[in-house]
Ligand binder design. Sequence first.
Ligand code: THG
Length: 288
Amino acid sequence: MLENKKTILSSKTKTVEICRDNPTVLIGERINPTGRKVVLAALQEGNFEMVRQDAIKQVEAGATVLDVNAGVPGADEVALLSQVMQEVMSVVDAPLCIDTANPQALEAALKLYEGKALINSVNGEEKSLETVLPLAKEYGGAVIGLCMDDDGIPATPELRLKAAEKIIERAAAKGIPVEDIIIDPLAMTMSADHTAGLTTLKTIELIVAEFGVNITMGASNISFGLPDRKYVNAAYMAMAIHAGMTCPITNPLVVEIRTAALAADLALGRDEYGMGWIKDFRKRGKNK
Ligand code: THG
């Protein structure tokens, strides 16, 4: 069988190893003004306290990597992303996932980062490949590759596999090893297309069988527009982990989502003696 690739991320003092043989790595999604209006409002006021608190709370809840996005309309993202990262690094030592589509902001962020970051993201479009991959090589980061190309987001799992293959090949040609590429099959909301969840699960299976790479995705995306999102997110979390997802970008503060990931790890034989499950149970402060 194809070996499960190992992606190493680090901060100044912490190393995180992502691999299908290990428990799922939760990448905390909450430091994101694009995805969260309260964060947007705080950053527009120059208030970084919410960002610091979100960093601390997510790590306490079990996130071992934090996604950092600073996309505030009208703001200078080059300066803001660096500042948000500094604030996060002042309170936690988790490795960071740098979430930006702006190459200048990405380069400034990589310059200040100490360790091996996760770059979020590159995609199969020529322009993206030619700007992001050289930065990943120069600064030594791992990269999330989105399954899309110059023709947009492919409709079928087979075509998304092709987009992943293109990114992996182009990265290899630039000297970036396959274990430093984490593929995002793209999770779209099931409220617009009831087959979107299934397409993503099949894409994960195809990519894992072909390349053995690690898989991430915005795991909360699938429930946009639906009521009672946390139950949908939790069920889908467990299914996607079974399909091969290893490092979802998600909200670890939601107990239903976090416990779904922990239970999936236990069911898949990745939680020795159930210690991960027990540890979280104790943290929840219940007695049964
Ligand atoms: N793939 C990759 N990176 C990504 C995404 C992806 N980064 C951004 C996003 N998608 C993942 N991050 C989030 C952040 C928040 C939410 C979903 C995904 C979210 N927010 C609530 C909502 O919209 O209802 C909160 C809203 C609020 O409080 O204002 O669900 O797919 N590589």
